[in-house]
Design a protein around this ligand. Structure first.
Ligand code: TRP
Length: 455
């Protein structure tokens, strides 16, 4: 395919919003709080922010420039920029990573649909914190309902993917992101003003470094990659649809800033509420779903219609945020199959959807009927999460930074960063230095530390 017959995003705002739509999702609102809770709170958040700054932003710029320069799916991109080398494996493994992530991500995305249903039928009314925990556990252990919901969610993703890049991806992101942001601010204010919420705020802001071990570093790094959609060519694929005059550095800074703000806001919704009603912060993947119903019930219990409307809006927007992320994951695999194997986009998309349904069903069942089948002590759902977020994405990021810092012709990097000299590109030298040394060494150290060698 040549540069011109591929689809493009229609506007500059569309570029940022579509990338932010990919980045902002369950990773921020569901995964960030439970990882923060698992790893002791504020200290984790600080390390996370450092990871975003010195790993996330530079690697995002690297992915952007690889995609924007090659105008191809992620595996095709390496083939174009490094023909005949093994670098294409970075793209191929990335495609596999995306496929696996979509497999278990769609399970959680399906849960959001269930919660939309509950909110719409006003089933949260009059329930206590303990009731929410029981009913959530019953729901996820049920062999049918979560499976049905994840199938519905994947079908919705499929539908948008076959409608194509501009109409589907860009339009949905443009409208939904701002509404989501405003609602999150409202909810954070409500949550912080609940009785006893102060302990939650303290958990978020007062670091306790005595709890920091190798796992905290690995968790923070994995979360940074996951939340920013990095390490598997997702933003590289999106960048292949960017217009040539896109300012890659500024887009990366904007996307990272939006993504980080949403995650922090989610923290300010979850922890004050959790501490207020006595939910343990390390409740794991259920944390968001057992905590948020309390926010509405506690803050607006005596204005039931407001509680009902806000909770319905929240879960709808959560589902839509998840949708703009599942679309981006799906797009990576679909674009790969479409361009590398000459399948039509429709056929490629059907294969991806069917494959992800299969993985998703297995992951969903692994939380209920299949919970006794474990690998390394983890059920399938947790195993997928661990292997993709904490291993495959950082390893992908490692190779992306080496590729851009060491292998790629610096003329290409300069051209893309400065848009052929049109932009000043103040950070060019710093970027190259980080991609050459800081990022690969940082990722390497975190892995080595995790294995316990630095004790
Ligand atoms: N970043 C998204 C979220 O926070 C999830 C996601 C979309 C993703 N595309 C990705 C994660 C690519 C890793 C890689 O919900």
């Amino acid at each position: 395919m040549t540069r011109n017959d591929r689809a493009n995003f229609g506007s500059k705002l569309g570029v940022t919003l579509a990338s932010a739509g990919s980045a902002v999702g369950l990773g921020n609102i569901w995964r960030f709080p439970f990882e923060t809770g698992n790893h002791g709170g504020a200290a984790f958040i600080l390390i996370y922010l450092v990871c975003v700054l010195i790993l996330g932003i530079p690697i995002m710029i690297a992915e952007f420039l690889i995609g924007c320069h090659s105008r191809a799916n992620t595996a095709g991109a390496y083939q174009k920029l490094a023909p005949g080398t093994h670098w294409r494996w970075v793209g191929r493994v990335g495609v596999l990573t995306g496929f696996l992530i979509l497999g278990y991500y769609s399970v959680v995305a399906g849960w959001t649909l269930e919660f939309i249903g509950e909110a719409a039928t006003n089933s949260f009314a009059g329930k206590s914190a303990a009731d929410f925990i029981t009913s959530f556990n019953q729901f996820t252990a049920n062999p049918w309902r979560p499976v049905l919901q994840l199938i519905l969610f994947l079908l919705a993703t499929h539908f948008i993917i076959v409608k194509g890049v501009e109409k589907g991806i860009e339009k949905s992101a443009k409208i939904l992101m701002p509404i989501l942001f405003i609602l999150l601010i409202v909810l954070a204010i409500c949550s912080v003003s609940l009785p006893g919420a102060g302990a939650g705020v303290e958990f978020l802001l007062k670091p306790d470094f005595s709890k920091v071990d190798g796992n905290v570093f690995l968790g923070a790094m994995g979360q940074a990659f996951f939340s920013l959609s990095l390490g598997m060519g997702c933003l590289c694929t999106y960048a292949s649809y960017f217009r040539n005059d896109t300012n890659l550095t500024r887009t990366a800074l904007n996307v990272s800033a939006i993504d980080t703000m949403v995650a922090i806001l989610a923290g300010f919704i979850i922890f004050p509420a959790a501490f207020s009603v006595g939910i343990q912060p390390d409740a794991g993947p259920s944390l968001l779903f057992i905590t948020t119903p309390n926010v509405f019930q506690q803050a607006f219990g005596n204005i039931p219609w407001l509680a009902a409307i806000l909770s319905l809006m929240f879960y709808i927007l959560l589902a839509l945020a998840a949708l703009t992320s599942t679309i981006s994951l799906h797009e990576v695999v679909t674009a790969y199959l479409h361009e590398e194997f000459n399948f039509t986009r429709g056929k490629a998309a059907r294969l991806v959807t069917a494959g992800c349904m299969f993985l998703g069903i297995l992951c969903s069942l692994s939380l209920g009927v299949g919970k006794n089948y474990t690998i390394f002590g983890l059920n399938l759902f947790d195993l997928f999460d661990f292997v993709t977020a904490k291993i495959m994405l950082p390893v992908g990021g490692f190779f992306i930074s080496i590729f851009t810092g060491w292998y790629l012709d610096k003329k290409i990097v300069w051209e893309e960063i400065s848009n052929n000299g049109a932009l000043k590109a103040h950070f060019y030298k710093l970027l190259i230095f980080i991609l050459k040394f800081i990022a690969p060494i940082g990722i390497g150290c975190i892995f080595i530390n995790e294995l316990g060698f630095l004790k």
